[in-house]
Design a protein around this ligand. Structure first.
Ligand SMILES: *Cc1c(COP(=O)(O)O)cnc(C)c1O
Ligand code: SF4
Length: 352
């Protein structure tokens, strides 16, 4: 190999190693997480966390823990990842598939709910485990589109000319290697009627080092327009490393939106929502959706009633410009689109 190419190859491997290292060293033991934050002397908390983590394991990157306030059990970042005893309580109406993913699955891992768009559950892996996750009980192993190298999913897309956008979701699609992503993007690029590829990922927020040069190269080689929807729920999640990751995606010419889940004890105040919207706009990210919680088992303690949600968003609409206002939506099984709330007086509840 010519020395400069050898150097480039080594550099490439080092950059890959950085984010893979971060992924490999995520914290999985509740005691370690609490210890980092100065709660080592609370056996009750650790015991409850361990019991709840048996159903859905704890996982949190070190870089995300570094953004939490030590000693604050109500820290909005900690609350999103710390398993609590409340998760084990049975709450009526909370199910395993509240949004009707299973009936919309047309091929393993491929959901076709809405006109013109399909959603591919690319992987079950995530860099972080969010306690409120609506895919906590998704059957990733049975519904793995990678098993036949994406073939049956992509054949379905190729056969339906009304589909012009493919959404990569998961799990987190950016936990896939550059090699897998490049292959998948290449195959999507060969489907003539596909125009856009959307990536729904929490990685730019929770493991921003993943957004490195080689990922940007893979994305910029695609013939499709790339749209990112990142998932941030609180302004304190956004530090300089996130700012840099977003700047890289934008420098690549890609659009970046954000979606948020409205979570009790995390962001259920006008102040928190306003601060998040302002921070997002400052770093060049457009607020997109504010989701009501999907009522999946083990998440009821995060629920904000729709009446409260509506008054929060109405008050937010009176204190920020329109471009800072996310659309308050709820996903309802069997509906042809997300259900939007009407904010004006005179109309009732959701529009669909
Ligand atoms: C949310 C969702 C989409 C995307 O909906 P948009 O309104 O376009 O953001 C597409 N497919 C599925 C299955 C979804 O759940
Ligand atoms: S990153 Fe997304 S899919 Fe993964 S646990 Fe969090 S909410 Fe669920």
């Amino acid at each position: 190999m010519i020395p400069e190419f050898a150097e480039a190859a080594i550099d490439h491997e080092r950059r890959q190693a950085d984010w893979k290292q971060s992924l490999a060293t995520t914290v999985r033991d509740p005691a370690r997480l609490l210890q980092h934050l100065g709660f080592s002397s609370d056996p009750g908390l650790i015991d409850a966390a361990r019991r709840a983590a048996r159903h859905f394991p704890l996982r949190v990157p070190m870089g995300y823990i570094a953004r939490m306030q030590p000693g604050d059990i109500h820290d909005p970042l900690l609350r999103q990842v710390l398993p609590l005893a409340e998760e084990l309580a049975n709450a009526p109406g909370y199910r395993s598939d509240p949004v009707g993913d299973m009936p919309a699955m047309v091929k393993p891992g491929l959901l076709h709910k809405y006109h013109g768009r399909v959603l591919l559950v690319t992987t079950g892996a995530c860099a972080i485990h969010c306690r409120y996750c609506f895919r906590r009980e998704f059957p990733y192993t049975q519904a793995d589109p990678k098993r036949d190298d994406w073939q049956s999913a992509l054949q379905y897309v190729a056969a339906d000319r009304s589909i012009n956008e493919i959404i990569l979701s998961g799990g987190d699609p950016l936990t896939l290697t550059d090699h897998s992503l490049a292959k998948l993007l290449g195959q999507c690029g060969q489907i003539p009627h596909l125009q856009r590829l959307r990536i729904h990922s929490r990685i730019p927020v929770v493991l921003p080092e993943r957004v490195n040069d080689s990922l940007c190269d893979v994305l910029s080689q695609s013939s499709l327009q790339i749209i990112h929807v990142i998932h941030s729920n609180h302004a304190q999640e956004i530090d300089n490393s996130v700012v840099r990751a977003v700047a890289r995606l934008r420098a690549n010419g890609e659009l970046v939106y954000n979606q948020t889940v409205l979570l009790k004890g995390v962001n259920d105040s006008v102040a928190a929502l306003k601060s998040l919207s302002e921070t997002l706009i400052t770093i060049g990210v457009q607020p997109y959706y504010l989701h009501l919680l999907d009522q999946v088992r083990g998440t009821h303690h995060f629920n904000v009633e729709s009446k409260t949600a509506l008054s929060l968003i109405q008050e937010l609409s009176r204190s920020v410009p329109g471009y800072m206002l996310p659309q308050l939506v709820r996903e309802q099984a069997g509906k042809p689109a997300k259900s939007r709330f009407c904010l004006d007086s005179g109309c009732k509840k959701t529009s669909t």
